[in-house]
Design a protein around this ligand. Sequence first.
Ligand code: AVI
Length: 320
Amino acid sequence: PRQLLPNLTFLDLYPPTADAAREVLSSLNAATPHLDPKYFYDEQGSALFDAITRTPEYYPTRTETRLLREHARAMARTLDTELTIVEPGAGGCEKARILLDQWQPRGYMPLEISRECLLDATRQLAPQYPQVQFQAVCADYSQALTVPTGHQELPRLVFFPGSTIGNFEPVARRAFLTDLRQLAGDNGFLLIGADLHKSPERLHQAYNDSAGHTAAFNLNILAHLNRRLDCGFDLDAFEHQAFYNEQQQRVEMHLQCHRDQHVQIAGESLILSAGTRVHTENSYKFSVEDFSRELVTAGFQPLSCWLDDEALFSVHLARA
Ligand code: AVI
C-alpha cells in the first residue's frame, strides 16, 4: 500500500478490465437481449444517477439517508465495539460520512473500481476525520471480495447501502451475500439497505420520474457504449421503459427499439430489428421477513431492522 496522507493508504488491486465488446455482443445476441447494468455507470451515468436520487419521485436514497442519520446512534449501541467499516462499491463515499460522523470508527476501507473516484473521495475525507485510518482499495467487488487483513484486526462492519443488493438476480444475490459474510469475518457485522414492496404506482413513478432523469439514465447505457466502443446506436430509435413485474417482485428497465439498428461491436455487425427490447436492469423489492431470511441463509444473524414511517425502505443490521 502507498501512504498518501498520514491517515490514508491506497492499495491498487488493479481490477482487470473486462472485454466489454465481447461481453456486450454476446448479451445482445442472447435469446433475451440484455445489457449488464454495470454499463450504466460511466461519468455521465453516475451524474444522471445522482440527478435521479434528487427527484421527488425517487424515494430510496433520501429515505435510507434519513434512516441512517436518525438511527446511527442506536446502531452503534447495538454494535458496542470498535470497528473498521468496509464498503464495497463505495463510489464517492457519501453515505459513509453519516457513519464516520456519528460512530468515529477506527478505520474505513472503501473498495471502488473507479480509481479516480476513490482517490478524490478519500483525499477529501481523510483530513476531515484525522482519528480514522483510511485504507482505500481499488478493486472490482463483483470479481474479488477479499481484502488484505491488517495486523491489529478489529471487527469489520460491511456496509452495503442503496439497495444495490436489489440489482442482483436471486441466485447471484445469494452468492453475493455469502461473499459479504466471508468479507465480514467471524466477528464482523453487515449493515445493508433493502428497498421494500409497495404499490406498483409508487414504484412506477420512482422509475419514470417526470423530469426524465431515469429515461436519460437508461438511454445513457447506449451512449456510453457508443463513446467507449463506437457501436453506433441511434439513441432516438430507443425508448425507456420501466414497470413493476408483480410476479418477479421487481422493477424492470428496458430499452424498446423502434427502428432497425445496424450496430458494430467487437468487429462484428449486429442487427437489432424494430420491436426488439433490450433488458437493462432489475431492481428487486423485498419484505423485511424475506430479506432477513436471505441474510440467515447467507450465514448472518439479523440483529435489528429500521424502517421509515411509510415502510418504504429498510436498513438491516446483522451479525456474521
Ligand atoms: C443503484 N440501484 C439501487 C438503483 C435502483 O433503484 O435499482 C438504480 C436505478 N435504476 C433506475 N433508477 C435507479
